[in-house]
Write a protein that binds this ligand. Sequence first.
Ligand code: 5GP
Ligand code: MN
Length: 326
Amino acid sequence: MSDAPRVPADVVAALDRAPGRALMLGHVHPDADVLGTLLAIGEALQARRWSVVAGGPHPAPGALSFLPGVERYEVLKTLEGAFDVAVLTDCPNPDRTEGLIDAAKRAAPVVVNIDHHPDNRRYGTVNWIDVGAAATGEMVYRLLTALGAPLTPSIATNLFTAVHTDTGSFRYSNVTPETFRIAAALTAAGARPDVVSAALYERRAPDALRMLGESLARVHVSDDGRVAWLALPAGAVPERFIESEELVNYPRSIGSVKVACLLRELGGGRVKVSLRAKGEVDVNRIAGGFGGGGHANAAGCTISGPLDAVTRRVLDAVSAALAAPR
Ligand code: 5GP
Ligand code: MN
């Protein structure tokens, strides 16, 4: 029934062994794909009597506080003690762990790298990269199935949320028949699509719509209508608001737009850039040109410089990419 490639034997073998101590290591600014998959694997290992530490350089955002077990996700600055295995999910390169990957490599003889990013650097001792997977959540569903791990409602909810968010609620071009088969299996196992959707999209703070209005008033559209961008100066809106809104989706939603950009001034002279495309332009290549990465239709980078200068550089790169379509 499944079109998906098999789970590599070395990935299964890395986890299918006598219980020990496992590290679930997340990337910077963790999203639902990394958190959901780490929490799911962690729960499956704990059920097999493993001792599990889950965490990463940044805390789980409040918008994902509903993920089962997320209260166990720690902010890690260093690693304490040795591990039998370390698992990283959805993390294309070691830079995205702020140095913790090096500590993990010293602390654990086996580092498992499970990811769907095309630019994954294969930094693990075991690497499983499936660029055809819409989310790492799909891969971890297949891994837990291969391990014969019971799919509890909490595991199902974590993996369903991972798939739900990385596919833009099952709307993006990465969605395949396999995505729906996995979502169906997760729903049968106890994930509640209505509860997940409400938790993701219907928990706004009372002042959120006012801030949304103020933010969207800053959206610009290019004369030809193909590029829309939103540049937010530092402090224009609170961090918790940005974390809970996928603001880049609004410029993306304009019909004529081929590339949407969100540029957020971080302070310290740095600007975080999020890029979205609709198939015509590979924004992963644009982000890669600035030292970032991602996927063809969703990518990001952080660029040093004042907001208006960075905006101009990014828009120039987008124009060049639009002039030479892939
Ligand atoms: P977002 O725009 O939501 O932050 O990220 C969209 C996609 O781009 C995600 O797949 C994420 O992994 C990737 N991405 C965002 N920022 C960076 C970055 O600074 N470096 C790399 N390598 N990937 C990024
Ligand atoms: Mn992902």
